[in-house]
Ligand binder design. Structure first.
Ligand code: FAD
Length: 587
């Protein structure tokens, strides 16, 4: 994808005159076109990431014995998946005439009803999605997948869908873990189309004075960062799904990147945006702040495709950090680690990341470490210093920026950690984390191959409630797992920290209950979500609501709050064609 500089006559001269200082490029603005990069390889229709990749366990010999022992399993079982040929899809519900009209609206090359396209737009990437895909019985695939190339096509498409009573599901990277992209069947609709935005993937303009980039909503994480880094910038948004997720999806779900503590969540990075709704277009104003009533853009961010299609956004960008330093610290207890994060955040000097694992996650991380001998020696030393293995908690501290800021931020954070009894375990742990930060999701497929349930869930709360909430969620998950006759493990980390609190992210593993896999997941999900709601957590800190969290949305927003959102939907999408069944639940 190429970003061409605008001609000197158009903008650079003007900017250079107005801002002769501080220009990093020859022009004030960079504009251009780009096309989608060649595929880095085929993507799994049944799992996470590239077909060619899996999670390496051959250099981690302690992992399987640890897991078998923890889950009280005598042996590893095999749960193979079906092949693509065996996957069953119901035929498209849209008749030939409707499809022909659709092709006239958007161009035949950009409308697909192939099995592969319908299958890969049927579900996101949650545990239950993967269960369904691996079995190959897909009940609600979209009837067609369309790939608009510009905003006008999106507008025409929505008018057509509105007039034809076809529901529309915006689709970005398809990495939703809350049922955000499933074309839920609703009575009164002729069919459903998935609108894949990934052909709208250009960086339109970079303003190096205000440090913003206007970007089309379908650009992928890696493509956007490639374009920005070529000219010395970054968005600073790196969710674990980064390689396979897309700007519009991030904005529609209020996503959080791994270094959101410094750079903010995606909603903090949006200066303005454009949405095409069935009732017309909305452009929010590009200003740094405004007191013109409630912020419209914040009502559209997180709308999860239920109000319209986000087509572009002006994003706040940063200079690429000059230096990065990621390192490990070990705490004697989870509470000590939490206190260190809180004290750092309230000092006002904010590091990029303080990611604190609880004792169980620390144990799992050690089992997934390939540096067996070094790790054992380190643990032995820590034990002699009074660290109890079953209570130890590892933290990855990351700082990035220019040398001066980095030094100051690191100093404050390390001091807070040491005040709370942390032992520095060196840069190796931090660098390994940084290098492997997008790898772990590949392990999920390996565990599913061996009939092991693995899911994640997250929330956020204030510092005063954090430790209690962490304990309560663990208990609720492990009890729900035990309630179905198997032994599981729930482990967590605190990340995405704020002045007044932080998020908690849980991973849970358990042997699948054969024949009742989906019920097992539902029971755990319900127990954990009820627990979060009872104990002062938010329904979601960054995964969003989708279909899976919608049953709790009234509890989260209150009756009036939900009515307000529904009124917005009525205004922008009177026929309710946009992503039915998501966020607001049933109409
Ligand atoms: C392995 C893994 C790791 C993950 N790690 C993180 C993480 O670190 N942080 C995090 O925040 N999330 C994470 N997620 C969840 C997921 O990646 C995020 O929710 C992400 O923001 C979704 O982006 P996407 O491009 O895949 O969107 P999709 O899944 O395609 O869509 C998500 C929702 O947004 C709507 N939507 C998409 N594009 C548009 C548009 N242009 N206009 C209107 N609505 C639209 C869709 O209809 C859907 O409701 C992870 C998921 C997985 C599977």
């Amino acid at each position: 994808m190429a970003v061409a500089k605008s001609s000197p006559a158009s903008s650079s001269g003007e900017y250079a005159k107005r801002y002769p200082f501080g220009l990093r490029l020859s022009g004030g603005q960079v504009s251009g076109t780009s096309s989608r990069k060649g595929d880095a390889g085929a993507v799994k229709w049944w799992g996470w990431g590239l077909e060619s990749k899996t999670y390496r366990l051959d250099d981690k010999p302690q992992f399987w014995p640890f897991l078998l022992k923890t889950l009280k399993l005598a042996q590893l079982n095999e749960c193979p998946r079906v092949t693509l040929e065996d996957v069953e899809l119901p035929p498209p519900r849209l008749d030939g005439r409707t499809l022909a009209r659709l092709e006239r609206v958007i161009g035949s090359a950009d409308v697909s009803t192939t099995k592969h396209d319908r299958l890969t737009h049927s579900l996101g990437r949650s545990y239950v999605d993967l269960l369904t895909l691996r079995r190959g019985i897909i009940r609600n695939p979209p009837d067609a997948v369309v790939y608009p190339r510009n905003e006008k096509e999106v507008a025409r498409l929505l008018s057509f869908a509105r007039a034809s009573r076809i529901s529309v599901v915006p689709f970005a990277g398809g990495s939703s873990v809350v049922g955000g992209v499933d074309p839920v069947r609703q009575r009164g609709f002729k069919g459903a189309i998935s609108v894949d935005l990934r052909k709208m993937n250009r960086v339109l303009e970079v303003d190096v004075i205000s440090l913003t980039a206007s970007v089309e909503a379908g650009i992928s994480g890696p493509d956007l960062e490639d374009e920005l880094s070529k000219i010395g910038f970054t968005l600073g948004h790196f969710p674990q799904s980064f390689q396979f997720s897309v700007l519009g999806g991030w904005i529609a779900t209020r996503s959080a990147g791994q270094v959101s503590t410094k750079y903010g969540k995606i909603e903090d990075m949006v200066e303005s945006l454009t949405m095409v709704s069935p009732s017309g277009k909305l452009d929010t104003k590009s200003v740094p702040a405004s007191a013109s009533g409630p912020q419209l853009k914040q009502l559209l961010i997180g709308s999860e495709g239920t109000l319209g299609v986000l087509t572009k956004a002006k994003m706040r960008i940063r200079h690429l950090p000059e230096v990065r330093r990621y390192e490990g610290l070990m705490f004697k207890s989870f509470r000590d680690g939490i206190n260190a994060i809180r004290e750092t955040m309230q000092s006002g000097l904010i590091p990029a990341m303080m990611r604190l694992s609880d004792p169980d996650e620390t144990a799992v991380s050690l089992m997934l470490s390939s540096q067996g001998a070094t790790t054992k020696l380190g643990l032995w030393m820590l034990e002699r210093l009074g660290y109890v293995p079953s209570q130890e908690c590892v933290m990855i501290l990351g700082v990035e920026g220019d040398h001066t800021t980095l030094k100051a931020e690191r100093q404050v954070a390390v001091r807070a950690c040491k005040r709370n009894g942390a032992f520095a375990i060196g840069k190796g742990v931090g660098e390994t984390w940084l290098n492997e930060r997008f790898e772990l999701p590949y392990l999920r497929d390996v565990l599913l191959d061996h009939c092991i349930l693995v899911d994640t869930l997250e929330t956020a709360t204030t510092w005063d409630k954090l430790e209690a909430l962490h304990g309560a969620i663990k208990k609720s998950i492990e009890e729900a797992i035990a309630g179905m006759g198997v032994t599981g493990l729930a482990f967590a980390h605190v990340s995405h920290a704020y002045w007044d609190g932080a998020s908690i992210y849980y991973t849970l593993v358990a042997p699948q209950v054969k024949g009742r896999e989906a019920q097992q997941w539902l029971r755990i999900k319900k127990a954990a979500t009820d627990c979060i709601m009872r104990n002062g957590g938010t329904l979601s800190h960054h995964h969003g609501i989708g279909k899976d969290h919608a049953p709790w949305i009234k509890q989260e927003l209150g009756e009036n709050g939900l009515a307000l959102l529904k009124a917005m939907k009525k205004q922008l999408d009177p026929e309710g064609i946009m992503n039915p069944g998501k966020l607001l639940g049933s109409p």
